[in-house]
Design a protein around this ligand. Structure first.
Ligand SMILES: Nc1ncnc2c1ncn2[C@@H]1O[C@H](COP(=O)(O)OP(=O)(O)OP(=O)(O)O)[C@@H](O)[C@H]1O
Length: 303
């Protein structure tokens, strides 16, 4: 199957007084319909990478191709969901107004817009909330609105930057399952940045692990958990526990710039890259918390 997104040697250096190279040559492909999670040490360049892919900032080097064509400017069939739903929704607009907003610039007739909004709100479990305002909703409901707004355009590619980081654990689980459901129904291609290793394994078809800044891809791990995932059973499975340990070990080690195993393979070679790990190594790697936190060795190495 052809790649829907090809990222080749992407680089970005912030210039000015605070000159900093955030991305140092990132290469990977994404197949249509794939859900790719991206993890990496704090401050390594994950958000910068997503912003470059969305053309919100112009990369200093390399190339991004979507549907085989070089990306120049924000692609029409791309949507982005940020962590901070509070700032991304328009507080003076109803839920319906917020979700309908991006459709207005797309010449979609009013009747079809309304039907699209109704259907999209149904997907995200917000039927009946059309006339409410964002400030009348819980944080989790507001993020559902933000997701609905992104999905209303039926994007071919959905970029999500820490979309569930600001909600409580229970809501996070619900939103993760919502994303899996929507993705299964819509076949949307999704790239999701997260600090949460468990979340990356639970949601992903694959996990890209980035190095400390400037970010490069240090591992591209297929997640062999099938399409039916369950918040309790999946997280208890041997495959899940193995992968979370493997990723945690890479990140606790600082996410060095050499690919583990030293094969030098790029993320173009997806599907067969999980390295074998002995039971003893897995036990050693079992961390107390699998968040990449401020103050972790990887974080310190990045600073
Ligand atoms: N406008 C800017 N000018 C200079 N440096 C910047 C700018 N924005 C980000 N940086 C630096 O680039 C690096 C990558 O930042 P970025 O926000 O992409 O990382 P991140 O991995 O998303 O961070 P986090 O894990 O905290 O969400 C950081 O060291 C950051 O300080």
């Amino acid at each position: 199957m052809p790649s829907m997104l090809e990222v080749s040697d992407l680089e970005h250096t912030y210039t000015g007084q605070q000159e900093h190279t955030a991305i140092g040559g990132v290469t990977f492909d994404v197949r249509a319909g794939q859900l790719t999670c991206i993890v990496g040490p704090s401050g390594c360049g994950k958000s910068t990478l997503l912003r470059c892919l969305a053309s919100l900032i112009r990369p200093s080097g390399g190339e991004v191709r979507m549907h085989g064509e070089p990306v120049r400017g924000v692609p029409e069939d791309l949507a982005v969901v940020f962590q901070d739903y509070g700032r991304s929704l328009f507080p003076w607009m109803s839920v319906r107004g917020n979700v309908e907003f991006p459709l207005r610039s797309g010449n979609v007739p009013k009747e079809r817009r309304r039907e699209r909004v109704r259907q999209t709100l149904e997907w995200v479990g917000l039927s009946g909330a059309e006339r409410k305002y964002p400030w009348q909703l819980s944080g989790g409901m507001q993020q559902r609105v933000a997701i609905a707004r992104a999905l209303a355009c039926r994007p071919a590619l959905l970029l999500m930057d820490e979309p569930f980081a600001s909600v409580d654990a229970q809501t996070r689980f619900e939103l993760e399952d919502l994303l899996l459901r929507v993705r299964a129904e819509q076949d949307t291609t999704i790239l999701l940045v997260t600090h949460d290793i468990d979340e990356s394994v639970y949601l992903g078809d694959r996990v890209l692990v980035l190095s400390e800044t400037p970010a490069t891809v240090v591992a591209d791990l297929p997640v062999d958990l099938g399409n039916e995932r369950d918040q309790i059973g999946t997280r208890e499975s041997e495959t899940f526990v193995h992968l979370r340990g493997e990723i945690a070990r890479m990140l606790r080690g600082g996410g060095g710039h050499e690919r583990p195993g030293g094969t030098g393979t790029t993320a173009r070679d997806t599907g067969s890259e999980t390295e074998s790990t002995s039971e003893d190594e897995r036990a050693d790697a079992e961390p107390e918390s699998l968040q990449v936190e401020q103050g972790s060795p990887a974080r310190e190495a990045a600073e």
